[in-house]
Write a protein that binds this ligand. Structure first.
Ligand SMILES: Nc1ncnc2c1ncn2[C@@H]1O[C@H](COP(=O)(O)OP(=O)(O)OP(=O)(O)O)[C@@H](O)[C@H]1O
Ligand SMILES: [Mg+2]
Length: 367
């Protein structure tokens, strides 16, 4: 835990005795911690609906909802189960302490509070919590790398297999040569993409000027089998000279590819996907629209969060992992751009449903 992290740590004090709150608050504030206070268990549960603290100091004896019950409820909720809880006990009552540990508390502090002891315990558990968060983040990043390898590398291989299957004799090879080369290049691009994701983690992604229509055409070409499988038409209204600032391999293979894959997956047969781009003085606004099943408000809110389960089966039962969108957002941010999503669900808007992804990307500065 670095000083910055410690300074920014937020601690929730839950105690019904104002005197205790005051003592704890004074000791913790002196260290620079940010403090929230709840006067009882019910209030504490209300507070955590809005703010997720890094640590909770929880009194046991409280009216209405006591510390044990509060702890139980905090541990039962997905949003709050990982917040470390330190119990505050009036006496060294071993039974209470054992029960606290059984319910998932990480530690206890006895009253009257000794400032040094309290601070050492708080610091230790904050440190542990931040280390855990870091491990979770690293593990999610590994999962994302695996996702890219499996998800995006399967496209070129499928492309090669279908091209090879169509070749019945050697004379046909020439017709499919371009397809095969392109699929193999895409495989290499995906390997480059994984390298880029590593670079992204180290903040070393190298941006370049790329032609938008060409990138869209390339991504479409790689997915052309999937477009034909569902008989979906792609309509592109993009100025042939529009150049954007991004990184080629990730833009084609991750951003466009994932957006198209999603649009295809959640569209019906014989539908359409429309790509349009508008240019302002210093950026391009790219819109990718489908007329598929759409998304609920809740799904839209969770879309970029890898810890939330957003993945659904497509209209033909296609499966996924839920890593596509968070990855797109990461790359768009790394390009210095922005992403917005608008969606209308079919069940609420039977005549006017679908999803629109809006990307705002920097454009090549005019010479
Ligand atoms: N165009 C879309 N129309 C409707 N729902 C969508 C669309 N794009 C994304 N979603 C919803 O968001 C979820 C998450 O999308 P994301 O691309 O992150 O993962 P996925 O498509 O499920 O898996 P993967 O990308 O690994 O194949 C989807 O499963 C779906 O529920
Ligand atoms: Mg996807």
């Amino acid at each position: 835990m670095n000083d910055q992290q410690e300074q920014n740590a937020r601690i929730l004090i839950v105690d019904d005795t104002p005197k205790n709150v005051q003592i704890l608050g004074t000791i913790l504030k002196q260290k620079g911690y940010r403090i929230n206070v709840a006067g009882n268990g019910l209030q504490a549960l209300k507070v955590v609906e809005k703010i997720i603290p890094d640590l909770i100091l929880l009194d046991i004896m409280m009216p209405e909802l006591d510390g044990f019950e509060t702890c139980k409820r905090l541990k039962a909720s997905q949003q709050t189960k990982d917040i470390p809880i330190i119990f505050l006990t009036a006496r060294t009552d071993t039974e209470d302490i054992v029960r606290g540990f059984e319910l998932g508390a990480v530690d206890y502090v006895t009253k009257p509070f000794k400032s040094t002891e309290l601070l050492v315990r708080v610091r230790t558990h904050l440190d542990l919590k931040f280390s855990k968060d870091l491990i979770t983040k690293a593990s999610n990043e590994r999962k994302e790398l695996l996702h890219v390898l499996c998800h995006d590398l399967s496209n070129p291989f499928n492309g090669m297999i279908s091209a090879l299957n169509m070749i019945e004799d050697y004379s046909m090879f020439e017709d499919f040569k371009e397809h095969l080369i392109s699929a193999a290049e895409n495989g290499l691009d995906t390997i480059q993409l994984v390298r880029n994701m590593r670079a992204l983690e180290d903040h070393k992604l190298e941006l370049e000027v790329i032609n938008l229509s060409e990138a869209i055409a390339k991504s479409y070409f790689l997915l052309s089998d999937r477009f034909s499988e569902k008989q979906i038409e792609l309509e592109v209204n993009v100025d042939a000279y529009l150049n954007i600032i991004a990184e080629r391999a990730s833009f084609i293979n991750s951003v466009m590819n994932n957006i198209f894959t999603n649009a295809l997956k959640f569209s019906y047969h014989y539908s359409k996907i429309i790509v349009e781009a508008r240019q302002t003085e210093d950026y391009a606004e790219i819109s990718i629209r489908d007329f598929g099943i759409g998304m609920s408000e809740k799904l839209l809110n969770d879309l970029f969060d890898v810890s939330k389960a957003t993945s659904r089966a497509g209209t033909d039962g296609e499966t996924g992992t839920g890593f596509g969108m968070p990855l797109i957002e990461k790359f768009i941010k790394a390009y210095g751009g922005a992403i917005e999503i608008f969606s209308k669900q079919k069940k609420e808007h039977p005549r006017d449903h679908g999803t629109e992804i809006k990307l705002r990307l920097k454009i090549e500065p005019l010479a």
